[in-house]
Each structure stands twice: as C-alpha cells, then as structure tokens.
Write a new protein. Structure first.
Length: 134
C-alpha cells in the first residue's frame, strides 16, 4: 500500500533515479543504453526534460520494468485513448491484446497523438509481422 502511494506521487525523474539506483546501473551506462548524452539523461532524472517515446523501451528493458510500468508508476500514463479502444477491436488489435501489448502500445504513444493506424503500425513492429501492401 505504501509502495502504491509512493509510486503515484513520484515524478518520472524520481522514479527513473530510484529504479536506476536499485539496479546499480551508472548514469553514464544507462545514458549509453538509451542512446543519449549523459547530460540529457541527467536532465531526465531532474525532471528538466522528458525522454521521447523511442527511448522508453531501452530504458525499461535496462531497468527490468515494462514501458507501461515506467509511465504508469510515475503517473505519466493517461487513460486509454479512443483510438486504442478502437484498435483493440481490429484483428491485429486482438492479437496485440492477447500478447499483452495493449499497455505498451498505450505507453509508446503518450507523446504523440494516437490513431488506429499508429497503433496498427506499432503492433506490427512489436509482433514482428509484416504490414499488408496498401
């Protein structure tokens, strides 16, 4: 219960720092993994900047959490968009949901206006399937 309360009150930077310290990863190493300069990573931990969606999967992987958890636990994840709910009704959406990807798709699109097409493209990449020719 106390952990849930702490998670909800943490900023993204505070959570990132706490997870990094718990994992024993040096900031320089995590910056390298994320593909950014050490100064940029430091700005993320100080909540001066926010990482782009493309940096989140490598951060989450290095910290042994999901992208969804990284955003949800810091209070940065909005409720599911209408586009996500529509996407989950499509065949590829049902496959993505069955594979537990709905939260990841939601997390990856928090910094870009989501559309059914965007979710479809991300699902194809995450599920490693080929998009049909248009």
């Amino acid at each position: 219960m106390a952990e849930q309360q702490r998670d909800q009150s943490e900023t993204f930077g505070q959570l990132l720092r706490r997870l990094r310290l718990a994992s024993g990863i040096h900031p320089r190493e995590l910056a390298r993994i994320a593909g950014v300069e050490v100064a940029t990573f430091g700005a993320w931990e100080r909540d001066e900047e926010t990482p782009r969606a493309g940096h989140l999967p490598s951060l989450a992987n290095a910290l042994a959490v999901s992208v969804f958890d990284l955003l949800k636990r810091s209070g940065s994840l909005p409720p599911p968009s209408e586009a996500l709910l529509e996407f989950l009704k499509t065949p590829i959406g049902q496959v993505a949901e069955a594979n537990g990807l709905a939260p990841t798709l939601q997390a990856l699109t928090t910094l870009r206006p989501p559309t059914v097409r965007l979710y479809t493209e991300l699902a194809h990449v995450l599920l490693d399937v080929t998009l049909p020719s248009a």
